[in-house]
Design a protein around this ligand. Structure first.
Ligand code: GLA
Length: 659
């Protein structure tokens, strides 16, 4: 079964207003709701006085109709009494200003009072709901770090940061060494001399910054771990998840996901966005544990709480397409945000499946139709997984390092990862995302874009992967920095030079729109002629063979990209950021073949496999119908018809084949 649901806020409705909610959910094939993440003031109206009866009634009424509940710990927003009593638990920004209460996410996860209050409410809820029929799992809190709140600069964080450094470095001399504090008189004798990287008149020390980014991420992970341990201990029958934010950059989600049974994420595409961006985030989220849910899926016009602007109304067919896209990329559950648009509060403009009046209209009809399809197909699809030979090494410390020092104006690490992902997608292969600690042996091709922080240990691991038959691809700026974010004294790409079989002779940032043209070297080069921008490197090959060179100007015939044979495999070092068609051609040339070639632009093809077979999903995100050729005719599961090998997929169309 695929879990199909909605985010529901019973605390927003009178019994009269709510009387049709459960019957309408049932008619829409909804089998799960998520509740409670912002209801702390209802659960604990006064300190130590807990009230769960109102929620129990809703859970029981849903359960009678076969609808399960994912309960949330409500720690994202403590009640006002708590904030008034303990103002010291409010966060501070980099300028030392208090993040005021009244909205959400304003409490500091290093504040002892907040930790204690959170622990108590989670403990009470877990004990109360451990055996309640209908409750199947928990979502902790809500979107850690939302509204730029991962990084807090209060005094609690100051103390906790020093403890974190003590644990990591043991003594201040080692910190001085790791951060290179001889620069600008930043050397410490005592722990209490180490500040937070608050707003400063000039740029902060990049190593200080990177450790603060790591510490801030670890703070979120530790908070999650505390709730995870409590919930798993008291509710062994329930799963525990958290709703991640896809490509959100501030938390190391590989670490966070270790304290979930599976992660979820919240997907709010606008019709005008690149339709493959949700796929990117589905695959990122899936990669952490192999399965995931979409815990919040846009189902109506969004209504930003700050600007007050209304977002796009989903076009007919879009909600269904977004839902199937999640399933096609491996989701085992999809919940819409929100069941019904609320009548008050910062998000009163944020629409759900139902509008404010609760009347079922066309979005409801589309949700119901999709629910009917998933109820039927879910029986065979459930349990199947996306498996792929391709992975991208997308590491949060790399992201933070590049965020601090992108090198080239307008360069973003995550956009670069996305461009590579988009090129992989055009081959129809799924793509896993890994970090430097992940197992990589099962892959055939590993992209390690902009692998700026690299040491010998990482180089040895990647080299062993290549020696065993894998293909590794590096792109510019790789290997330049130590894991502490200082620069290596060796030529670029530092520890990666031996496996790449080359060094970098010169780097040239292009901030003002300058470009270079590159051309292939050799008839079997995977690199085609291309114009590149932002940043170029001149490579000096030792063992490696050039596969591309600069075509003209002062760099003419100098090496721009090279391939080094390594045992049974190979290492590519691209000294330029290939984009668009050139990147797609390069990826297609080195990736294993996929059984459906020539996928038209805008069409997404994915594959899930399991005990009940292998399923090919074809989704048309474009504006026109498209045709593609399958390896043979197959049964299409939504209609039950056998079609192919040539198949037509309409605009917003979805085909699911059992192959
Ligand atoms: C996020 C949050 C929700 C809600 C929606 C819409 O994803 O998790 O609580 O605020 O956005 O704004």
């Amino acid at each position: 079964m695929i879990q199909y649901g909605a985010c529901y806020y019973p605390e927003h409705w009178t019994p009269e207003q709510a009387k049709n909610h459960i019957p309408l959910m049932k008619r829409a094939n909804i089998n799960v709701v998520r509740m409670g993440e912002f209801a702390w003031s209802r659960f604990e109206p006064e300190q130590g006085r807990y009230r769960f009866d109102w929620m129990d009634e809703v859970i029981q009424s849903l359960h009678k109709e076969g609808i399960s509940t994912v309960l949330c710990t409500p720690t994202c927003i403590p009640p006002q009494w708590a904030v008034v009593k303990h103002p010291g638990m409010l966060q501070r920004d980099a300028h030392g200003r208090v993040r005021n209460p009244g909205a959400r996410c304003h409490c500091c996860k290093n504040a002892p009072e907040y930790q204690l209050l959170s622990e108590r409410i989670v403990d009470q809820m877990a004990r109360h709901y451990a055996e309640m029929p209908g409750v199947i799992g928990w979502q902790t809190d809500n979107e850690f770090g939302c509204h730029n709140t991962t990084r807090c600069y209060c005094d609690h964080c100051q103390a906790a940061f020093r403890d974190w450094l003590l644990e990591k470095y043991k003594d201040t001399d080692t910190v001085n060494q790791a951060w290179g504090t001889a620069f600008w008189s930043f050397e410490f004798q005592q722990w209490n001399e180490i500040p937070l990287p608050r707003a400063m008149p000039a740029g902060n020390n990049p190593s200080h910054w990177l450790d603060f980014a790591r510490f801030s991420s670890d703070t979120q992970v530790k908070f999650q771990q505390a709730q995870y341990d409590l919930l798993k201990g008291l509710c062994p029958k329930h799963f525990v998840t958290h709703n991640f934010m896809g490509r959100f950059p501030e938390i190391d989600y590989y670490k966070l996901a270790q304290f979930t049974d599976f992660p979820s994420w919240d997907n709010y595409p606008e019709g005008c966005d690149d339709p493959f961006l949700p796929a990117y985030q589905h695959e990122i989220t899936r990669s952490f544990t192999g399965s995931f849910w979409v815990m919040e899926q846009k189902s109506g016009p969004t209504g930003d709480s700050q600007s007050g602007l209304l977002g796009e109304q989903p076009e007919p067919g879009e909600i269904r397409r977004w839902t199937w896209q999640a399933v096609a990329n491996g989701a085992d559950g999809v919940c819409y945000f929100r069941w019904r648009a609320c009548l008050s509060g910062a998000e009163q403009y944020w629409h759900g499946i139902l509008d404010h009046d609760g009347a079922p209209r066309r979005r409801y009809a589309e949700v119901a139709k999709t629910g009917e399809e998933l109820a039927r197909l879910g029986k065979v699809i459930a349990g199947s997984k996306v498996e792929t030979p391709v992975a991208i090494l997308r590491g949060y410390p790399m992201l933070w390092s590049i965020e601090r020092q992108p090198g080239a104006a307008g360069f973003h690490y995550d956009d670069h990862c996305y461009e590579i992902y988009r090129a992989v997608k055009r081959t129809a292969h799924g793509c896993d995302f890994v970090n430097i600690d992940s197992g990589i042996d099962k892959y055939k091709v590993l992209f390690a874009p902009c692998l700026c922080l690299a040491d010998k240990k990482l180089a040895d691991k990647l080299d062993a992967f290549a020696q065993a038959g894998g293909t590794v691809v590096f792109t510019p700026q790789s290997g330049a920095r130590t894991p502490s974010n200082t620069m290596w004294a060796h030529p670029r790409p530092g520890a990666l030079a031996a496996m790449a079989g080359l060094t970098v002779d010169e780097v040239r940032p292009y901030h003002h729109g300058q470009t270079e043209n590159v051309e292939p070297v050799g008839s079997d080069s995977p690199v085609s002629s291309a114009t590149v921008e932002k940043w170029v490197e001149v490579l000096a090959c030792r063992d490696a063979q050039p596969v591309a060179q600069y075509a003209e100007g002062r760099l003419k015939e100098k090496c721009a990209a090279a391939r080094n044979s390594r045992g049974k495999g190979a290492v590519y070092y691209l000294g330029v950021y290939l984009q668009g068609e050139a990147l797609a051609a390069f990826v297609a040339a080195i990736a294993p073949e996929f059984p459906v070639p020539g996928i038209p632009e805008g069409v997404e093809v994915t594959r899930r496999s399991g005990k009940q077979g292998s399923f090919l999903f074809v989704i048309n995100h474009g504006n026109q119908s498209q045709t593609l050729t399958l390896p043979s005719a197959f049964e299409e599961l939504i209609t039950g018809e056998k079609i192919g090998p040539e198949v037509k997929v309409a605009r917003n169309g979805i085909l699911v084949f059992k192959t």
